[in-house]
Design a protein around this ligand. Structure first.
Ligand SMILES: *Cc1c(COP(=O)(O)O)cnc(C)c1O
Length: 466
C-alpha cells in the first residue's frame, strides 16, 4: 500500500513515513494510491466480532506491512481497552430507524480519541523502531489539545507542547490539559489569543534550524493515520445495523472534514453507505459548497459548537482530489485560485457526482439549543451542541426511511455544560472516572506571546526530559 499527495508533487510513501510526515512536502495531503476492498463476505464476517477485531481488519491493509501484525494488533487492543464503555462506540436508538453512535467514551470525551489514542501509540512505536525522538507542538482553542496530550503522554521518545490562550478555554478543557502528570507533557498558557498560539506554532515550524534540531512534528487533523482510524466506526455501525445486507446512512457534525471523509473512505472500500450528511453550524462554507458547487470564504463566527468554527476545512482537499479524478495539478490550480480569489467552483457534473453521496444542512445556535431540548424531552438523551447539529442534519436530509440513519455524537455533553444547561436545565455530569477533575493538581507554564520565549522553553524542557 502506497500513498500519494493530493498535489501530485511529493514522493510516494509507505504508511510509516506518511504517519511521521503528516503534511506532504508539496503542501498536499496523503491519500492511498488505491482503496482496499472489503467484500460482502469480509463484512459478513465482521457482524459478530469486537470493535478491536474489526479495527484490526480494517486498518491492516492500510498499514501495508510497515508495522508487524502482532504489534499492530497489540496497539489496537491497548487503545480501545482504555475506553469507558464495553461497546467502545455504543449505538443508541433515538427514533424509528434513527440511531446515535456515541463517540465520546475515550479519555478526553470527544471522538478525536478514537484516532489519536492509536496514532500516539503508532508514533511511539515507529520512533522506537527507528531509534528517533520527536517534539510535537500544537495550538488549541480547547478540544484537540487534550486529545493530543492524552495520546502522547508517557511516551519515552516524544515531548508534546500544547499552547492555549490563557483564560480563553473552558475550565473542563483547561483541566483536561493541565492535570496530566507526565514528564513529557507541557501545557503552555500563552498571554494572547488562539490566533497568537497558532502563529507561534507556525513560527516554530518556519524556523528550519529549530524544526530540524527538535525533529518537530504535529498530530493535526490532516494526518492520514487519523482518518484511517476513523473509518473503523463507520464499519462497526454499519455491520451492527444490517450491512452488508442493507445500506446505512450517517450524519456527521463537520469542521475540518476529517470525520466525514473517513465515511467517504469507508464507502470507497466497499461499505454499503447510502448517504453521508454533513452538518455545519453558522460557519457554513461546506453547506454552501454542496448547495452550489462554489467554495466561498467567509469570516469565522464563534458559536456554541467551537470545534466546527472553521473557515477552510483542510481535509476537504482529499475529496477534491477524488472529485477532480486524482489529478494533482488540477488540485494545485484549484487551491491556488481559492487562495487568490477567496472563491472557486467545481462544474455541475462533478457537483452532481458528489451529491449522489453527500447532503448538507446547517443550524444556528438557537436551533442547536432547540434540538438539545427536543431530544432530551423525547428520548432522555443529553446531546452536546456538536452532536445536536448532526442529529438535526440527519432529520433535514432524511432520505429513504427504511435505511438506518446514524448520527455521530462527537462530544460528551459534560464538555459543554453551559449550552446543555441552557437548553434543558440539566447539568450534565462528568463520567465517574473523571469526576475528580476539579480536585486534581494543575501543572502549566504561562509564557508571553513571544516566539523566542516559547522556543527557549521548548529547548530547555526537552533537554531536561531526555
Ligand atoms: C473536531 C470536532 C468536530 C469536527 O470534526 P472534523 O473531523 O474536523 O470535521 C466535531 N465535533 C467535535 C466535538 C470535535 O471535537
Amino acid at each position: 500500500m502506497k500513498y500519494v499527495s493530493t498535489r501530485g508533487e511529493a514522493p510516494v510513501l509507505a504508511f510509516d513515513d506518511v504517519l511521521l510526515a503528516g503534511l506532504a512536502e508539496d503542501g498536499g495531503l496523503y491519500v492511498p494510491e488505491s482503496w482496499p476492498q472489503f467484500s460482502v463476505a469480509d463484512l459478513r464476517a465482521m457482524v459478530d466480532i469486537s470493535y478491536a477485531e474489526i479495527a484490526y481488519q480494517v486498518i491492516r491493509p492500510f498499514v501495508g506491512g510497515t508495522i508487524a501484525d502482532a504489534d499492530l494488533r497489540g496497539m489496537i487492543d491497548e487503545t480501545y481497552t482504555g475506553f469507558g464503555h464495553a461497546a467502545i462506540a455504543p449505538l443508541k436508538q433515538i427514533g424509528a430507524n434513527d440511531w446515535l453512535m456515541e463517540l465520546f467514551q475515550g479519555p478526553t470525551l470527544a471522538f478525536k480519541d478514537f484516532a489519536l489514542q492509536l496514532v500516539g501509540r503508532m508514533f511511539g512505536h515507529v520512533l522506537t523502531t527507528r531509534g528517533e525522538r520527536m517534539t510535537i507542538v500544537g495550538a488549541t482553542s480547547g478540544d484537540t489539545g487534550s486529545a493530543a496530550i492524552e495520546a502522547c503522554r508517557d511516551r519515552e521518545n516524544i515531548d508534546i507542547f500544547i499552547l492555549f490562550p490563557e483564560g480563553r478555554v473552558s475550565p473542563v478543557q483547561q483541566r483536561q490539559m493541565t492535570t496530566v502528570a507526565s514528564a513529557n507533557v507541557h501545557a503552555i498558557a500563552v498571554d494572547g489569543t488562539f490566533d497568537d498560539c497558532q502563529d507561534l506554532v507556525k513560527g516554530m515550524f518556519n524556523d528550519a534550524q529549530f524544526r530540524k534540531t527538535q525533529n518537530l512534528s504535529a498530530v493535526n487533523s490532516i494526518n492520514w493515520a487519523r482518518v484511517m482510524a476513523q473509518i473503523v466506526y463507520y464499519v462497526v455501525a454499519a455491520v451492527r445495523l444490517g450491512a452488508p445486507a442493507r445500506p446505512v446512512s450517517f450524519a456527521v457534525p463537520t469542521g475540518n472534514f476529517g470525520n466525514v471523509f473517513a465515511g467517504w473512505a469507508a464507502w470507497k472500500c466497499g461499505l454499503p453507505i447510502d448517504r453521508l450528511v454533513v452538518g455545519t453550524n453558522r460557519n457554513d462554507i461546506l453547506f454552501r459548497f454542496f448547495e452550489t458547487g462554489e467554495m466561498k470564504m467567509a469570516g469565522v463566527e464563534p458559536t456554541l459548537s467551537p470545534s466546527m468554527d472553521i473557515q477552510v476545512s483542510s481535509n476537504f482537499e482529499r475529496l477534491l482530489f477524488d472529485m477532480l479524478g486524482g489529478d494533482g495539478s488540477a488540485v494545485r490550480d484549484w487551491i491556488a485560485n481559492f487562495r487568490i480569489s477567496g472563491g472557486v467552483s467545481v462544474d455541475d457534473s462533478r457537483l452532481a457526482a458528489a451529491r449522489k453521496k453527500f447532503s448538507a444542512a446547517r443550524l444556528d445556535d438557537d436551533g442547536t439549543l432547540r434540538v438539545i431540548r427536543e431530544i432530551y424531552q423525547t428520548t432522555g438523551e443529553l446531546l452536546d451542541p456538536h452532536s445536536a447539529i448532526g442529529v438535526d442534519a440527519a432529520r433535514q436530509c432524511r432520505g429513504d426511511k427504511a435505511v438506518p440513519m446514524i448520527s455521530l455524537a462527537t462530544a460528551h455533553p459534560a464538555k459543554f455544560p453551559d449550552a446543555v444547561r441552557a437548553a434543558t436545565d440539566v447539568h450534565p455530569e462528568l463520567p465517574d472516572r473523571m469526576s475528580d477533575l476539579f480536585e486534581r493538581d494543575e501543572v502549566f507554564h504561562t509564557l508571553a506571546n513571544d516566539i523566542g520565549a516559547v522556543q527557549d522553553f521548548v529547548r530547555r524542557a526537552v533537554e531536561k526530559h531526555s
